[in-house]
Design a protein around this ligand. Structure first.
Ligand code: T6T
Length: 326
């Protein structure tokens, strides 16, 4: 009798994980949409994070990439994702902090829960408004990122010199905040001056042309802040084409292969790596937590940076944040 009971207990113990696996396999799971800002290495790494989490939870995912940056391109893609009628959560990097509010309110009204990654709506404060409907905003502290860039540039230049900001588009929450932080950081150095800021519309060729022109106009320009992948790429290329590597220091936001190459050859002084994989992975985790009834998810998650220099670029703990796109 005792032997039989023991045997049954052992069988129950062995079978338990399989029984509970079957139960969770039958669980009704949410379907996720992912809509990044544009095709670039930053969002491609974010997609790796989304894909990993979706695979870990066994979820279904619909990903759509806009070919170029802007609300006129992102809005119809968003509308089509809403019209499918099968998405429970949308992980989105809104490309304009004002113009994407109404289309995302429509998505919310259609029953889709919104998580913004990288960029935000309104002022990004989803507790006090003006926009509070997204579940959370997961992304870098971009004002701080701008300050890091300014201080590094000022230190590299000995606290003296004229600098220029190569930006992307007006109305983009992230790059606007980077510019703001950069200006605040430069203001800490009385010998430094921001002499201009231009917008390349997230096009590296335009960034290259604009930077080439300013290098001609301002022969004593000492430094450039490229606020994202394409503006930094265009700025770096213009500096190389003008033969000014090292003479004009470039700070590159976003750790692309190009930025790292230019760091190694001395054109770029500092590369600021964001953590897009974390943003993507956590956004899916948040969707899943909400789905399962968690009610106290933080409305804001800053994901942090890795600051990459010529000295630490080969340290594996730093190099792991360089954007690797398969
Ligand atoms: O810098 C990232 C992102 O953080 C920003 O919002 C837009 O530009 C990038 O995607 C890089 O191209």
């Amino acid at each position: 009798m005792f032997k039989k009971a023991l045997l049954l207990a052992i069988v129950a113990l062995i079978a338990a994980p399989f029984i509970s696996f079957q139960a969770s396999a039958q669980e009704d799971l949410p379907k996720i949409g992912f809509l990044p800002g544009v095709v670039d290495p930053f969002y491609q790494v974010m997609e790796l994070g989304v894909n990993q989490a979706v695979a870990d939870f066994g979820l279904e995912l619909v990903t759509q990439y806009p070919e170029t940056w802007g609300p006129t391109v992102q809005t119809p893609i968003l509308d089509a994702m809403v019209a499918r009628g099968d998405l429970d959560y949308l992980i989105i990097a809104p490309v304009d902090k004002e113009q994407m509010i109404a289309p995302l309110e429509a998505a919310r009204d259609a029953g889709i829960k919104i998580i913004t990654v990288d960029t935000f709506l309104g002022d990004g404060d989803y507790i006090n408004g003006p926009v509070t409907f997204p579940l959370s905003y997961i992304g870098s502290d971009n004002v701080e990122g701008g300050r890091i860039a300014a201080r590094a540039l000022a230190e590299a230049l000995g606290g003296e010199g004229k600098v220029y900001i190569q930006n992307t588009n007006v109305g983009v929450s992230t790059t606007e905040q980077r510019s703001q932080g950069f200006r605040e950081g430069i203001a800490e150095y009385p010998g430094m001056e921001v002499i201009g800021e231009e917008y390349c519309l997230d096009d590296a060729n335009i960034a290259n042309e604009q930077t080439a022109a300013i290098l001609q106009r301002e022969p004593d320009l000492a430094g450039i802040f490229g606020v994202n992948v394409f503006s930094a790429q265009g700025a770096g290329t213009a500096v190389v084409n003008a033969g000014l590597e090292g003479a004009v220091q470039v700070i590159a936001f976003d750790a692309t292969q190009f930025a790292i190459e230019k760091l190694r050859d001395g054109t770029v002084t500092l590369v600021i790596a964001q953590k897009p994989f974390d943003m993507g992975y956590m956004a899916v985790e948040f969707a899943m937590a909400d789905w399962r009834g968690v009610t106290s998810l933080p409305k804001r998650v800053p994901t942090g940076y890795a600051v990459i220099t010529a000295e630490n670029v080969d340290d594996p703990e730093v190099a792991r944040f360089i954007y690797q796109v398969p």
